[in-house]
Design a protein around this ligand. Structure first.
Ligand code: GAL
Length: 526
């Protein structure tokens, strides 16, 4: 237990050692050797042999060059142009310009002792129209990135889809709502395996398909911004059916890509392929049976929606029962393709909520979120579930109406990993995202003093280790994110990075948490 006095002294010590920002050269990653961080006893030795530590980003959030070098638009390029959608009406046209600064970013990763980098490949940078003509400049970019990663000893983990469907396919056949996307996606994936698979041995098909389906088609908060009239301010959509159709096509697309990889490439290239799922831990608010069932429904509608078909070949029974005819069915042949379609599962874990049974008769409004028939709570008997990380951020983004989602609840990490172990046959898991943000307006040098982030990482990693020590088959951990970047609806008003980006100059400044990782990972790989 650290007393408040100790915490205060620690912060003071840390502040005393931080030089003014002007003292840093760009990408400078040295730090007074005298500073030793508290890693909570964690080191490489605390984790199993070969455990991989990396950082994660996604194409649209970091690359920039959104309209250049032949890239076609994705649904996010269109979405961000709707006035009032993104905080300060920002776009990711430039983002943090990783397209040009990738060498510098990879150098930073290497200096911080990371083993791996999880990035995503922008579909519309490779196929500007989603299909057909290849943009070779885009291919060349990913070749440069991959080659440089390997040259610096960083293992590439390539994700093929991070919210960014080519707009051409949205226009052509309504994107994920059409079964046609399955073949087009598999073709794109096939091209990537063929082109980059000699060097990329770790593939991920989709990031957070649940977010894609729920935020894209239930509440319209993310692109393509579709929802029912009574749900939100969308121009079109059907929140009762479309989330389920989109999710179904996402699962089939994932499975079709895995099939291609396994049939055509895996034996020769010797890589692995998986999917990335977000998983909030849902803890029953009380010990009542009703609240326990509500929490279970929440887990089924969240991670079970995708993991159940992939592991067991069908949607969770709770979903089949509640959603009924609105839930698409897998044909026998599709079950064969979907079941077992992963070598590992990536889990993005940030936060935890209490769930309770609202004891309501059937909700009037039929939509995905209402199908859960479960209420969210953030306090138990007046005690908050954990400190709320970033209320300020939403105020900054003029979105006070939104209750912000990130509560600092490290024990949720343990519960999530234990749940996956127990309910899904202890699959190989990569903890593929974890992190927290600071408000976007924090300036230098204050923005570098991220002691809160250090504690966040330390506490969550401690819980991850506990799950691993008890047998959860977790083989890697990726922090979100390497550097501050375009945070979707929040634009640049939220900073998730362990490296600070000055948005005027795009210079990079590693924060204290980056040095914390450097120390954590300083031991010999074993
Ligand atoms: C994840 C998402 C990332 C990043 C992060 C922080 O859900 O995959 O793109 O934005 O959340 O909000």
């Amino acid at each position: 237990m650290r007393t408040p006095l100790l915490c205060f002294l620690h912060s003071l010590l840390v502040i005393l050692y931080v030089a003014p920002a002007s003292a840093y050269s760009e990408a400078e990653t040295s730090w007074p050797e005298t500073v030793r961080f508290d890693t909570g006893g964690l080191s490489r030795e605390s984790f199993p042999k070969g455990f991989v530590f990396g950082t994660a980003t996604s194409a649209y959030q970091v690359e920039g060059m959104a309209k250049k070098d032949g890239r076609g638009p994705s649904i996010w390029d269109v979405f961000v142009t709707i006035p009032g959608t993104i905080a300060n009406n920002a776009t990711a046209d430039v983002a943090v310009d990783q397209y040009h600064r990738y060498k510098q970013d990879v150098d930073i990763m290497a200096k911080l002792n990371f083993d791996a980098y999880r990035f995503s490949i922008s579909w519309s940078r490779i196929f500007p129209d989603g299909v057909g003509k290849v943009n070779w400049k885009g291919v060349a970019y990913y070749n440069r990135l991959i080659d440089y990663l390997l040259a610096k000893g960083i293992t590439p983990y390539a994700n093929l889809y991070h919210y960014d469907l080519p707009e051409a396919l949205e226009k052509k056949y309504m994107g994920l709502l059409s079964y046609k996307v399955v073949k087009d996606y598999a073709d794109f994936a096939d091209f990537c395996f063929k082109t980059f698979g000699d060097r990329v041995k770790n593939w991920m098909t989709f990031n957070e398909p649940r977010v894609v389906a729920a935020l894209g088609y239930d509440d319209g908060f993310f692109a393509p911004g579709r929802c029912s009239k009574l749900v939100g301010n969308c121009t079109a959509g059907n929140s009762a059916t479309e989330p389920y159709i989109a999710a179904h096509n996402l699962i089939l697309s994932h499975a079709a890509a895995v099939q291609r990889y396994r049939e055509k490439y895996q034996a020769k290239q010797k890589g692995k392929i998986g999917i990335l799922l977000d998983f909030v831990w849902y803890e029953p608010l009380t010990r009542s049976k009703a609240d326990n069932l509500a929490a279970q429904r929440a887990r089924d509608f969240h991670v079970g929606w995708f993991l159940h078909p992939i592991v067991y070949g069908e949607y969770p029974k709770t979903m089949q029962y509640i959603v009924g005819k609105r839930l698409p069915k897998f044909s026998k042949a599709e079950v064969m393709m979907v079941k077992g379609s992963m070598d590992f599962v990536g889990i993005n874990q940030y936060t935890t909520y209490y769930m309770y049974d609202p004891h309501q008769p059937k909700p009037k409004l039929t939509r995905y979120q209402m199908d859960w028939n479960a209420g969210f709570a953030y306090n138990r008997k007046g005690v908050p579930i954990g400190p709320k990380i970033h209320e300020e951020v939403y105020k900054l983004a003029h979105m006070q109406a939104y209750s912000y989602w990130l509560y600092d609840v490290p024990w949720g990490m343990y519960k999530v990993l234990t749940y996956i172990k127990e309910h899904y046959g202890n699959p190989t898991v990569i903890l593929s995202e974890n992190g927290m943000d600071d408000p976007g307006n924090v300036t230098l040098p204050k923005g570098l003093h991220d002691t809160k982030r250090i504690n966040f990482y330390k506490d969550y990693l401690t819980q991850l280790k506990k799950a691993v020590d008890e047998g959860a088959n977790v083989v890697g951990y990726f922090a979100w994110s390497l550097l501050d970047n375009f945070e979707w609806r929040l634009g640049y008003t939220s900073r998730f990075g362990m490296v600070y980006v000055d948005y005027k100059t795009l210079n990079r400044y590693p924060k204290m948490s980056a040095y914390w990782f450097k120390q954590l990972l300083s031991g010999k790989k074993h």
